[in-house]
Design a protein around this ligand. Structure first.
Ligand code: B12
Ligand code: SF4
Length: 514
C-alpha cells in the first residue's frame, strides 16, 4: 500500500521514498458508527480467516478499488464459508465495475460515499456530524536502505475534508465515483470545522503537519481563508500538504499559500495541449518554479498516452513535463477506468481491450484501450522512460526537497509572521544535519548516474553547511558514509527481488468481549 514507490519515485532505486498508508475509507466508517466494529487492515488470508472463525459477525464489510476485485471475490467466498450468517457489504471504487454483482458474491454493493450508507443501514442517524479518526498519514518509512524511527508527532496526520471533485475531468475516477462534474461530498464545510478537527488531531497525535486528503483543497477559497484566519488567531504554525489544480493555486498569492502553511502541493501538469479546464491560463513551469522558490515542494502529475500523443511528439511532451523540475513527479498512463465518462466514451467507440485483467488497470503498466498511435507495449516503454528521465535529469527527490526546503528557509527565516518563521526554522533544525548527510551519500552514489546532478547535489550540500549549526555541520562526515553503505546494500537487496509488505492491523471499537 505504497504511494511514492508505486507511482512517483519508482525509478529512484534505493532513493525511492517507501511508506505504507492505512485504508482511510474504512477508518472513517468505523469512527462514525456506534455498532461494535473490528477493523482489519492489510490482513493476510490467515488473519482474515481467524477473525471470521473467532467471532460472530452480523456484517462483514469489504473495501477495495478496481485492481483488487479478485481479492474481494475471494474474501466474499471465504466469508460465506467461514461465517455464513454474515451479511456481506462491499464498497469503495471496486463497486464501479460494470456487472460487479455477477463477479462477487455480496449482499450489498455500495457505490459512492459509505459513511451515510452504513449509518442508514444500521439504523443510525446518517446526518450526524462526522467524527474524524486520528490518522497517522504513513508508516514504516524507508529511504536509502534504512527504516526511519517512528516518533509520535513526526509523521503528518491525514485530514479528509471531502471526497470527490467538482471539476469532473473525463478520466477522473474519484470525481465520477462521488457524483461527477459539479458534485462532491463535504465532510467539513467550513474553515472553522476544519480548524477544530485539526486542533483535535494536533492534541491527539502531537502533530504540526497535516496531509489534507481533498482532491482540490485550494478550490474552496473561502474555507481555506477562514482556516488561515483561525490559524493566525491561535498562532498555529502548521504545515499542510495539499492537492490542488493550477487554476485553483492561482487564486492565492504566494504569501497566502505560505501563511496557510502550504508546504507540499500535488498538481496536475497534463500536457498543455489537452485542454483541461483546471489548467486554463496557467504556465505550469513558471508556477512550479515560483512555488519552489517559496519553499513549497511540488509534486507534479503528468499523463502519458493522451489522445494527441504520437511516437513523434511524446518524447518532447515528456521532456516538457520533466523540465518542470518538480520535487516529485508522478506519471500515469491515460486510462479509461470503469465508471468514468472516458470509459463510457471508449466503450461506445469500441476501443476498450477486452483481455486486460482488472488487476492491471491502474495506469502503471500498459494501456487497457486501443490508442490511435501508440501500441500497448510502447505505452509501458514511454511510461518507464518518463520516470527514468525525470530521475536522471533532476536527481533523487530527496535532493530536490532538500533544495526547496533550503530556499524556503532562506527566504522566510526573517519573515514578520512568527508562525511562518517557526515552521521553516523547525523543519530546517530537525532536518539539516540529516539532509546534509543524505546529500553526501547521494552525491557519491549519483556519480554513477549523472555527474552534473552529482555536482549540483554537492553545491547544495555546501549551502546547507553554511546554514547549519556546528553539530549539523559535522554530522555528514560521520553519517554520510553510513548512509552510502546502507544505500548500496539496499540496491543489492532490491536487485535480488526484495519486497516490503505492510503489517496487519486490527482495531476494535465499541467492543465488549463475550
Ligand atoms: C490514499 C490513496 C491510496 C493509498 C492507499 C491507502 C490504502 N491503504 O488503501 C495509496 C497511496 C497506497 C494508493 C495506492 C493505489 N491507488 Co490509490 N488512492 C488513494 C486516494 C488518494 C485516497 C483514498 C482515500 O482514502 N480517500 C478518502 C476515503 C474517505 O474515501 P474512499 O476510500 O473512497 O472511501 C469512501 C467510499 O469509497 C466508501 N467506501 C470505501 N470502502 C468502503 C467499504 C464499505 C463496506 C462501504 C459500505 C463503503 C466504502 O466510503 C468511504 C467514505 O465515503 C484515492 C483518490 C481519492 N481521493 O479517493 C486514490 C485511488 C483510490 N487510488 C487509485 C489507484 C489506481 C491506486 C493504485 C492502483 C495506484 C498504482 N498504480 O499503484 C494503488 C493500488 C493500491 C491497492 N493495491 O489497492 C484509484 C482507484 C481507481 C479505481 N477506480 O479503482 C484512486 C481513486 C485514484 C484515482 N483517481 O485514480 N492509493
Ligand atoms: S481536478 Fe483532479 S481530482 Fe478534480 S476531476 Fe480533475 S483530475 Fe479529478
Amino acid at each position: 500500500m505504497e504511494l511514492y514507490h508505486n507511482q512517483v519515485t519508482r525509478a529512484q532505486g534505493s532513493f525511492s521514498l517507501r511508506m505504507f498508508h492505512r485504508s482511510w475509507g474504512i477508518m472513517m466508517i468505523k469512527e462514525n458508527i456506534s455498532a461494535p466494529c473490528a477493523l482489519l487492515d492489510f490482513p493476510t488470508r490467515d488473519d482474515f480467516a481467524r477473525e471470521l472463525k473467532n467471532n460472530q459477525y452480523d456484517v462483514v464489510g469489504i473495501t477495495g478499488i478496481i485492481v483488487n476485485v479478485a481479492k474481494v471475490r475471494e474474501m466474499c467466498r471465504m466469508t460465506r464459508e467461514l461465517s455464513p450468517q454474515s451479511v456481506i457489504i462491499v464498497g469503495g471504487h471496486v463497486a464501479a465495475i460494470p456487472g460487479i454483482e455477477n463477479m462477487i458474491d455480496a449482499d450489498h454493493i455500495v457505490k459512492g460515499e459509505g459513511i451515510a450508507w452504513m449509518r442508514r443501514y444500521l439504523g443510525e442517524d446518517e446526518n450526524a456530524p462526522i467524527r474524524h479518526p486520528a490518522i497517522v498519514s504513513g508508516m514504516r518509512t524507508r529511504i536509502m536502505g534504512i527504516r526511519l524511527p517512528e516518533r509520535k508527532g513526526a509523521t503528518a496526520a491525514t485530514i479528509i475534508p471531502s471526497v470527490g471533485c467538482p471539476m469532473g475531468c473525463n478520466f477522473c475516477t474519484t470525481s465520477a465515483f462521488f457524483g461527477g462534474k459539479g458534485k462532491f461530498v463535504n465532510f467539513f464545510e467550513t474553515g472553522d470545522e476544519l480548524f477544530d478537527v485539526m486542533s483535535r488531531m494536533e492534541d491527539e497525535l502531537k502533530v504540526k503537519s497535516f496531509f489534507v486528503m481533498d482532491e482540490n483543497f485550494l478550490l474552496h477559497r473561502e474555507r481555506a481563508m477562514r482556516l488561515l484566519e483561525r490559524m493566525k488567531e491561535a498562532h498555529k504554525s502548521w504545515a499542510l500538504s495539499v492537492f490542488a489544480s493550477a487554476n485553483a493555486i492561482r487564486k492565492y498569492t504566494m504569501q497566502e499559500l505560505v501563511e496557510l502553511g502550504v508546504s507540499w502541493l500535488w498538481m496536475g501538469l497534463e500536457s498543455p495541449k489537452a485542454g483541461y479546464s483546471k489548467l486554463q491560463g496557467s504556465d505550469t513551469r513558471e508556477l512550479t518554479r515560483e512555488l519552489r522558490e517559496h519553499g513549497i515542494r511540488v509534486q507534479g502529475s503528468t499523463i502519458i498516452g493522451l489522445e494527441h500523443h504520437t511516437p513523434d511528439n511524446i518524447m518532447a511532451e515528456i521532456e516538457h513535463a520533466v523540465s518542470h523540475d518538480t520535487d516529485f513527479h508522478q506519471f500515469m498512463l491515460y486510462t479509461p477506468v470503469p465508471g468514468t465518462p472516458l470509459y463510457q466514451q471508449m466503450k461506445e467507440e469500441g476501443r476498450l481491450l477486452s483481455d486486460v485483467d482488472y488487476a492491471d488497470v491502474h495506469g502503471q503498466f500498459k494501456f487497457n484501450f486501443k490508442h490511435a498511435a501508440i501500441s500497448r507495449d510502447d505505452s509501458k516503454r514511454y511510461l518507464d522512460w518518463a520516470f527514468w528521465r525525470d530521475f536522471q535529469l533532476n536527481g533523487p527527490s530527496l535532493y530536490r526537497i532538500s533544495r526547496t526546503l533550503l530556499a524556503g528557509f532562506q527566504r522566510y527565516k526573517d519573515y514578520p509572521d512568527a508562525r511562518v518563521r517557526e515552521r521553516f526554522t523547525r523543519e530546517m533544525g530537525r532536518l539539516s544535519g540529516v539532509y546534509s548527510s543524505a546529500l553526501w551519500a547521494m552525491e557519491h552514489q549519483f556519480r554513477k548516474v549523472d555527474r552534473n546532478v552529482s555536482e549540483k547535489i554537492r553545491a547544495l550540500r555546501h549551502e546547507f553547511r553554511q546554514e547549519s549549526g556546528v553539530i549539523s555541520r559535522m554530522l555528514p562526515a560521520l553519517l554520510g558514509p553510513v548512509l552510502l553503505w546502507t544505500t548500496r546494500r539496499e540496491e543489492r537487496r532490491l536487485a535480488r527481488g526484495k519486497t516490503y509488505e505492510p503489517p496487519t492491523i486490527l482495531e476494535r471499537s465499541n467492543w465488549v468481549e463475550a
